[in-house]
Write a protein that binds this ligand. Structure first.
Ligand code: C2E
Ligand code: MG
Ligand code: MG
Length: 813
């Protein structure tokens, strides 16, 4: 803070005073100098006057040589203060009288010396008027100039002193005036400005000087106040924006915390920028404790699996600019293993590159998937590999045998009269027996062989690598088959009862011929049926005669061509019921073949052949077209309601055909039907080749208003991954599970799992093959959405279907 003497007013006063002082001094000096010169002239005039006064008496004294008078004259002259030495001389220059007095020293002598002589001598000639004005003598007197100027000096001193005093007073007055007018308001203004918070002035403003007229200070004050208004306005807006931001940040934070996922953001080096509550509690910490930590240092997360962490690190460094996705078992702080789906996206947070990681705990889904995968490949009763597993393994074995030129054998084993055991002793006993048979079969073969259960009481054993000699392979196969037959025939202990059961075994040797697993199984099955026909409990090899039977299939395939031409195919309709309302909400179109001699042939007997002879595509288009006609018919009868769907089974080959989408589109253009009326049923096998291709085709069809159902779920791969990816709306539980749901605990568990899992994934679940009220009750308890089955209605011709829908849904009309 400046003192008043550093202030602007003091400086202004100082400058003014210095200027005034120099100007005053110079002017006064000049004035005095002029006066001084004038004083010198005055002295001469004075000396002349004195000379005039003393001239007569002095003349007389000289003339008369009167010493006394001379002395009187001398003394009268010395009576002047400024005269200090007088001599009166006669005409010859002799001194008649003289006198002097000491010259008083004065403080101004130096000044006089500078400008004049200290002493000045005057000569007065003494003339006698009577004698022709001759010179009779002379008076010489010396004047002390300094003394003569004493008055002048005294006056000048006063003038000088008053000048200084005047300047001093002037400077004080100027200082006061400047201070009052300029400095004080400025200091006040400055104090006020300093007292205001520059970031948030609030109501504080400068008090303006009370001046009538505007001046620069007032204008400065107004300008500062205006500036403060702007700052305050800006501050208010900023505070509002900050509050809004804080509020929206709070909302976003709450939303992030409420998300059913763990969210964490980290910087490029792995340091956590923020996380949500779920993530912090997964780490057993508070949110604040987590931020700033390095995610790669959270050891428990990786559950001791450095590989997982490295993978995460690797991914991030390699895919620095890309988003990535991994799945794996992570550990929580308590050491619990959790299966997480981790998605990391590159984002910009506060202008810096960061990664937003979202983790979903999909442990439940994962364990269901693992269970489903196991169930999909294993028979739940015996734990043996099931049909899909067998087919997959057998395909590989066939390829290996062909490549390495050796033989293998397939033993198709069917228990004799097993149904009797079930019927007489009950299913639990039957199940126990099947488990023991499975054990005995496993014990009777080598580790590299495969024992599987196809269904019910059918088992298949694959004997791999039986050598390259066909005859020896036949011998080995028959020995093993015999050993197995004997082992199965041994009694089974059940409580007090000894049970006996035999089996029929069909054998097919495979070697280097080009064949498929299905074909070999069919041959072995044929051989097994031959044993049954010949009285059971024996072994038979597939032979020539049996191959004739196979030939019959070729005949069938020939007939199918004719059937298509002769329009022997018909569509039947099986209604689909909504569980809640018991209303018919759609139907499944099922193909029937009216054979001229054999009568109605079910699709199970010919669909596969239609595929293998390449007719499925043509027949498939015919079915879609017939489906359109059926919908029109139901609509015209007034029974088609919004939301109803007609389901059509589409085989994988059909769906994956390049021309399928355009084919369907053309049919829909030719046969206009209400929007969104079709539902296509596909099985998981559509996804086997290329799931992306299947998804693309399905999405194209979805654009045409067609929905999708996943048919026969549980019999194939039962992959949750397919289920998640394929764009299906419904999941159909295969009727083979529904069939035994009342008696078979494992089927019941499986159906419940499928329903729960389907609903978890947002799908509607349809149970097909519902035949009894007990089955319905169980399915109802599991929360199944739709039903289909003989309990409600069998597949019906169109007219019968129309009758049924009109009576069932009548209240709605
Ligand atoms: P899917 O699609 O699973 O059809 C359901 C099958 O279960 C039908 O057999 C139906 O009659 C039968 N079903 C319905 N309710 C019950 C019941 O309560 N108990 C029993 N035991 N069975 C019941 P269907 O008509 O013999 O068809 C068999 C399979 O043939 C179908 O299985 C489907 O995969 C195929 N299929 C049928 N029609 C067509 C078609 O038009 N095109 C194609 N590509 N395949 C078809
Ligand atoms: Mg179906
Ligand atoms: Mg089905």
């Amino acid at each position: 803070m400046h003192t008043a003497f550093q202030g602007i007013s003091f400086r202004l006063a100082k400058v003014t005073v210095v200027l005034a002082f120099f100007l005053g001094i110079s002017m006064t000096g000049l004035q005095l100098y002029m006066d001084f010169l004038a004083q010198s002239d005055t002295l001469d005039v004075l000396a002349k006057r004195v000379s005039k006064v003393i001239e007569p008496p002095a003349t007389r004294a000289v003339h008369t040589l009167d010493d006394d008078l001379s002395l009187e004259v001398v003394n009268s002259l010395l009576a002047y203060d400024f005269v200090y030495d007088v001599v009166i001389n006669d005409e010859l220059g002799n001194a008649l009288a003289s006198g002097s007095k000491p010259v008083a020293k004065s403080s101004t002598s130096w000044l006089t010396q500078i400008f004049l002589n200290e002493s000045k001598t005057y000569y007065t000639e003494l003339l006698t008027p009577e004698y022709g004005r001759g010179v009779v003598g002379q008076v010489v007197f010396k004047v002390d100039v300094n003394n003569a100027l004493a008055d002048f000096y005294a006056r000048s001193y006063v003038v000088l002193l008053s000048g200084v005093i005047r300047n001093f007073i002037l400077s004080f007055l100027l200082f006061f005036a400047f201070y009052k007018i300029l400095a004080k308001p400025l200091i006040k203004m400055n104090k006020e400005v300093l007292s205001i918070n520059p970031e948030h002035p609030g109501d504080s403003r400068l008090s303006l000087p009370h001046l009538k007229d505007d001046n620069e200070l007032k204008e400065l004050g107004v300008s500062i106040n205006h500036l403060l208004n702007v700052v305050e306005d800006f501050y208010t807006k900023r505070v509002k924006v900050e509050n809004d931001l804080r509020e929206s940040e709070g909302t976003i934070r709450t939303m992030i915390n409420e998300l059913p996922a763990m969210v964490v953001a980290r910087d490029a080096d792995g340091f956590i920028l923020f996380s949500n509550y779920r993530f912090s509690s997964f780490c057993g910490k508070e949110i604040d404790e987590i931020s700033g930590k390095n995610i790669f240092d959270l050891e428990f997360l990786y559950n001791g699996q450095d590989q997982l962490r490295d993978q995460l690190k690797d991914n991030t460094s390699r895919l620095d600019t890309e988003d990535y996705y991994i799945e794996g078992y992570f550990g929580s702080y308590s050491g619990e293993k959790t299966f997480l789906q981790v998605r990391s996206n590159l984002v910009t947070i506060y202008g810096k590159k960061a990664y937003l990681i979202v983790m979903y705990d999909i442990s439940d889904l994962k364990s269901v998937e693992e269970r489903m995968t196991y169930m999909a490949y294993h028979d739940t009763l015996t734990g043996l590999p099931n049909r899909p597993h067998l087919v997959e393994r057998l395909e590989n074995e066939i390829i290996r045998a062909r490549r390495h030129k050796y033989c293998g054998a397939v033993l198709f084993i069917d228990l004799d009269h097993f149904k009797t055991v079930n019927d007489s002793l009950g299913h639990p006993v039957g199940d126990e027996l099947l488990r023991q048979v499975a054990q005995r079969l496993n014990l009777g073969v080598r580790e590299e062989d495969l024992v599987s259960r196809l269904s019910g009481d059918e088992f298949v054993v694959v004997l791999t690598v039986l050598g390259d000699d066909f005859d020896k392979a036949c011998l080995s196969a028959s020995e093993v088959a015999e050993k197995l037959r004997e082992s199965i025939s041994l009694p089974y202990q059940h409580g007090d009862i000894n049970l006996h059961i035999s089996c029929s075994i069909g054998v097919k040797i495979y070697s280097d011929e080009i064949t498929t697993a299905e074909e070999i199984l069919r041959f072995a099955d044929t051989a097994m049926y031959q044993v049954k026909n010949h009285g059971r409990n024996a072994i038979e090899f597939f032979n020539e005669e049996m191959s004739n039977k196979v030939n019959k299939q070729l005949i069938l395939e020939g007939e199918l061509h004719k059937a298509h031409k002769n329009k022997e195919f018909v569509l039947f309709f099986q209604p689909k019921y909504e569980a809640k309302t018991q209303e018919i909400v759609g139907a499944e179109a099922l193909i029937r073949w009216f054979h001229p001699e054999r009568g109605m042939v079910p699709p199970g007997e010919f669909i596969g052949h239609l595929e293998s002879i390449g007719l499925m595509s043509d027949v498939g288009y015919w079915i879609v077209e017939e489906g359109c006609k059926a919908i029109r018919k139901i609509e015209q009868a007034g029974h088609w309601r919004d939301g109803m769907r007609l389901s059509i089974n589409i085989s994988p080959k059909q769906l994956l055909d390049n021309k399928f989408v355009t084919g369907v589109q053309e049919i829909l253009e030719k046969n206009p039907i209400p929007a969104n009326s079709f539902d296509f049923e596909v099985t998981e096998s559509v996804a086997i080749g290329s799931i992306d291709n299947a998804i693309d085709i399905m999405n194209e069809l979805i654009k045409l208003g067609i929905s999708f159902s996943l048919d026969d779920f549980g019999t194939g791969y039962s992959s949750i991954s397919y289920l998640k990816k394929l764009p299906v709306e419904n999941l159909k539980v295969d009727y083979s599970f529904v069939r035994d749901i009342v008696v078979d605990f494992s089927d019941r568990v499986l159906v419940e799992t499928i329903i729960t899992m389907g609903q978890m994934l947002g799908l509607k679940v349809v149970a097909e093959g519902v035949e009894t009220e007990e089955q319905l009750k169980i399915l109802d308890a599991f929360g199944c959405d739709y039903y289909q089955g003989f309990y409600f209605a069998r597949p019906l011709p169109m007219d019968d279907f129309l009758g049924l829908i009109s009576s069932n849904n009548s209240e709605e009309k």
